[in-house]
Ligand binder design. Sequence first.
Ligand SMILES: [Mg+2]
Ligand SMILES: [Zn+2]
Length: 228
Amino acid sequence: MDGPVFLTAPAGLAPAAAGRHGAAPWSLLCDRDGTVIENRSDYVRTPAHIRFLPGAVRALARATEAGVPIVLVTNQSPIGRGLLSLGDVVSLNRLVTDALSAQGVRIAGTYLCPHAPADRCSCRKPEPGMVRAAMDRFGLDPSRTALVGDSVDDVLAARRAGVQGVMVRTGRGAQHAVRLAALPEAAGTPVVADLAAAVERLGQIFHAAGDRSPAASAFRQETRRAEA
Ligand SMILES: [Mg+2]
Ligand SMILES: [Zn+2]
């Protein structure tokens, strides 16, 4: 397995349907473990390990309603470490996307990196390979795309791919926010409570960016000052 693995969700958008931001206000690349479902230090390995974080499903349903294409982007090193087969991880991810679909969430697809860190691949976050692959496949505009995750590696992958990164404090986020604060490369990255707060913040960021009126740019400058 050289590159990342792409999985279409059962109710996935055809690539063209999400493409070129026709009607999409912005696009959401979303980490899975620690952001949508609970993170486990020994990995999500069985169906019983799949536990949705509070508010995460509703947040994704709201993004779906707003016409935001959603792509899951997940490091799955248990495959590379020999703990799970690719088939195991595909089945587990299918349970996640089926459950989301049943709650009104449309997932356009999932990118997963099956490699272990020692493989030195170009898809495992913090490398930007999966983000770039998702943007290519769905024709996403980097200036209107965000990657939300609970790890410094999510933020760095976003930065390296040229999209907006947002860190959530769920999962490993509370610890990683401390590491993030010490990284000059990640300066200015919003850190928010959870996925619901991230979706809300991104709606504001991209709404303001889409409004070219003088009032909007003044607002952006003030926001930037307030966050600085
Ligand atoms: Mg994570
Ligand atoms: Zn990889």
